[in-house]
Design a protein around this ligand. Structure first.
Ligand code: PLP
Length: 371
């Protein structure tokens, strides 16, 4: 791995991602849609997509058609599904590139059918059912009606049906049970009428861990394939492996005199002679402008001091007299047996590990390896 040209970069272990995908497939015994939206949860979508394909992911899930088209244009041949909204004008491209869309509204389905007819092709779609998420989804009665009358919708093949859980990562299980009950009831009715689409799916990462009864034909994990916990209440087992490390190099180490302000606003002022290091990482990279953060230098936790700038932040290095420009700093990941997790950063930032990794800026070089 050659990182000499970089001052800050992400190291992504594709071996860990492949391992996690294989592990989930073994756990569930079902097909698996690797959800790799938002630039593969920040890990870099192209490399992640290829790794997922190699690990045996049966489908790839993204949020938007642009993401799906990028994957197709890069030669990704696995089934792809857009889980979110697709504008009707993009349906010809969906047809041409064999990308599945989500249908959750009757008027939308009619517009899609017209668009597919005009492009003389068949659009493949999965019907998304509202069971309690309150986001995108067709109410079960409408879904029943819709599938009963779908013969009017030529040029659309609905070969799947799915729903999404709102609280599968929480210790309270009633809500997910209720969602499953609503979904299963609809599936029962559809089966009795011979109308049930072939492929049924519901489980995100949390449900993969907490709700085996939600596995159906396919599971749709995102966060777990990167080795990250769905929530503090639903940690992954130690068999999962984390894929991401965020590193930087010290670009300056200086001794500042007592009473010297550090960074914008001089909110940090040296109380004595202090060794202050600089790393080329800031909020322009997705590192938050909050107080009380730490990074790892030479296997020790050191404080980030002063305000985080757009491209840089400062470290208090008094305890590390040997730290030199060029030394590696870890912002997220492990160094010499110590670790800072996405969960740790999330706690400090008042958010989720999901937002930490999805917020990693595009300008950060991603360096891939397989352990
Ligand atoms: C519809 C859908 N399915 C699956 C996932 C994957 O969720 P997770 O990353 O929690 O596994 C998401 C992510 O938000 C989603 O929106």
């Amino acid at each position: 791995m050659n990182t000499q040209a970089y001052s800050t970069w992400l190291e992504v272990d594709l071996g860990a991602i492949k391992h996690n995908i294989k592990l989930i497939k073994k756990m569930t015994g079902t097909k698996l849609m690797a959800v790799i939206k938002a630039n593969g949860y920040g890990h870099g979508v192209m490399a992640v997509a290829k790794a997922a394909e190699e690990a045996g992911a049966d489908w790839l899930g993204v949020a938007r058609m642009e993401e799906a088209l990028n994957l197709r244009n890069a030669g990704i041949a696995t089934e792809i599904m857009v889980l979110g909204y697709t504008p009707a004008v993009l349906i010809p491209e969906a047809v041409q590139h064999q990308i599945h869309v989500a249908i959750y509204d009757i008027e939308m389905a009619q517009a899609y059918a017209a668009s597919a007819r005009n492009s003389a092709g068949v659009l493949k779609a999965h019907l998304k059912v509202e069971t309690g998420m309150g986001r995108l989804g067709m109410d079960p009665e409408l879904a029943l009606n819709f599938l009963s009358n779908r013969k009017n919708l030529t040029n659309i093949e609905i070969d799947g049906i799915f729903t999404h859980f709102a609280r599968a990562d929480e210790p309270v299980i009633d809500k997910t049970r209720e969602q499953l009950c609503i979904f299963n009831h609809l599936l029962g009715e559809l089966r009795s009428l011979g109308l049930c689409p072939e492929m049924i799916h519901a489980a995100n990462s949390a449900a993969v861990i907490n709700f085996p009864e939600a596995y159906f034909d396919m599971v749709r994990p995102g966060i777990a394939i990167f080795g990250l916990d769905p929530s503090p209440d639903t940690p992954l087992s130690s068999s999962f492996r984390k894929a991401l490390t965020w590193k930087a190099r010290l670009t300056s180490v200086r001794t500042l005199p007592p009473g010297h302000g550090v960074s914008y606003g001089s909110v940090y002022v040296t109380s004595k002679e202090e060794r202050i290091g600089v790393i080329p990482v800031g909020y322009g990279d997705g590192y938050r402008r909050v107080d009380g953060q730490q990074v790892l230098v030479d296997g020790s936790y050191v404080d980030v001091v002063g305000r985080v700038c757009m491209d840089q932040c400062m470290l208090q290095l008094d305890d590390l007299p040997n730290a030199r420009p060029g030394d590696e700093v870890v912002l997220l990941g492990e160094q010499a047996g110590q670790a800072i997790t996405a969960g740790d950063l999330a706690e400090r930032w008042g958010t989720l590990n999901y937002e930490v990794v999805c917020g990693l800026a595009d300008r950060l070089p991603r360096v891939y390896f397989e352990s």
